[in-house]
Design a protein around this ligand. Structure first.
Ligand SMILES: Nc1nc2c(ncn2[C@@H]2O[C@H](COP(=O)(O)OP(=O)(O)OP(=O)(O)O)[C@@H](O)[C@H]2O)c(=O)[nH]1
Ligand SMILES: [Mg+2]
Length: 344
């Protein structure tokens, strides 16, 4: 997800008639915040709504196969050599074929650990006579990739918990695609009937909230932004969550500044944000980035194997993959569809 910041979305939008209709809350400092005696009640029906939402999105993943497939086209091209190798495979050729297969997996960023694991298990099954043809080897290869993804990262559907509003904080390194993914996610969730509030929690960079406002405009979602420069991210987020709670929003999507885990003060800020949100809704946020990953920019990459190494190394599921810059270009991740997309 790390790549140089390229803020094409920051460029000022041309005035849009839609813009004025979007309700935008300017965050005023804490003194002006209306005291609230609102007491949040967790309704059983809310649990149903959120799990239905997660399920719907997951089901869509299967029907969006074309999109996922085109997002992984470069990785598929990289791996196409495997089909050629296996087409003329014979037992005497095993070492050479497995060496080339290993190289193809490494080039596609499966990572050395996974690659060796897959190749050695294929070797064992070939030498023991369990796999007797090229097509059996290919099926075994697909199965081992699928097994890694389903055992270590099975919870690919979005889990929104049972508190309303569900609070999602999108965290990650600079320029990784957080704001864009948030916008795309808002679009998807809104289309499924959820009432979405965006929170411009990136107070570090002046233009960051403008960028999120463009996404709010594009997706027809409401947004809370900081009124003043140098506002604390935690204050903006807690204000947004308060508003989300009071006005019956289903989901608050919180943008955050890009940060490296080595930057102490920015990591502290993240903890402060989490605490501030937790004060408004105990247990919130449901954090994407810890409970799940969004892997972005896979469209331009031939290294889609990183999906497998990330899941294997970290044991955290990939929830979505970013396959372009457009509003529709966030695909729910489905392990089986992914395996079929890269090994057709
Ligand atoms: N091709 C492609 N580009 C993407 C994708 N996701 C984001 N981008 C582009 O990557 C650039 C950076 O995206 P942002 O969403 O601003 O990234 P960010 O993590 O919010 O950046 P900071 O807030 O500066 O840390 C933008 O030009 C996006 O259009 C993707 O899935 N595919
Ligand atoms: Mg951003």
């Amino acid at each position: 997800m790390a790549s140089p910041t390229q803020l094409s979305l920051i460029s000022k939008p041309s005035p849009s008639p839609l813009f004025s209709t979007i309700s935008r809350t300017r965050f005023t400092p804490p003194t002006a915040v209306r005291p609230t005696s609102y007491r949040f009640k967790c309704l059983a029906s809310q649990t149903g709504f959120f799990s239905r939402l997660g399920r719907l999105i997951k089901e869509k993943a299967k029907s969006d196969f074309e999109k996922l497939s085109s997002g992984f086209s470069k990785t598929r091209d990289n791996l196409a050599v495997i089909d050629e190798l296996l087409l003329y495979w014979n037992l005497a050729d095993t070492d050479r074929v497995l060496d080339e297969l290993e190289e193809a997996l490494l080039v596609s960023d499966f990572g050395p650990r996974i690659t060796i694991k897959i190749v050695e298990s294929l070797r064992e099954d070939i030498l023991s006579g369990k796999l007797k043809s090229g097509s059996e080897i290919k099926d075994a290869l697909k199965k081992s990739v699928l097994d890694i993804l389903t055992t270590k990262g099975s919870k690919t559907e979005l889990r929104l918990g049972f508190r309303k509003p569900a609070v999602l904080m999108i965290v990650g390194v600079n320029g990784g695609g957080k704001t864009t993914s948030l916008g795309k996610l808002a679009h998807r969730l809104k289309n499924e009937g959820a009432k979405i509030l965006m929170a411009a929690g990136d107070t570090f960079r002046a233009a960051a909230s403008d960028q999120l406002e463009i996404w709010a405009e594009r997706t027809g979602c409401e947004i809370v932004v900081a009124e003043k420069e140098n506002a604390k991210a935690s204050s903006v987020l807690s204000q947004a969550v308060k508003r989300g709670k009071e006005q019956g929003f289903d989901i608050v999507l919180c943008d955050t500044s890009g940060r490296l885990h080595t930057n102490f003060s920015l990591m502290e800020e993240l903890i402060a944000c989490k605490k501030a949100v937790g004060k408004v809704i105990p247990g919130a946020p449901n954090v994407v980035g810890i409970t799940g990953f969004i892997l972005t920019k896979l469209d331009g990459s031939a290294r889609g194997g990183c999906v497998v190494s990330v899941v294997d190394e970290l044991g955290i599921p990939v929830k979505f993959v970013g396959v372009g810059e457009g509003v529709e270009d966030l695909q729910p991740f489905d392990a089986e569809a992914f395996v079929n997309a890269i090994f057709p």
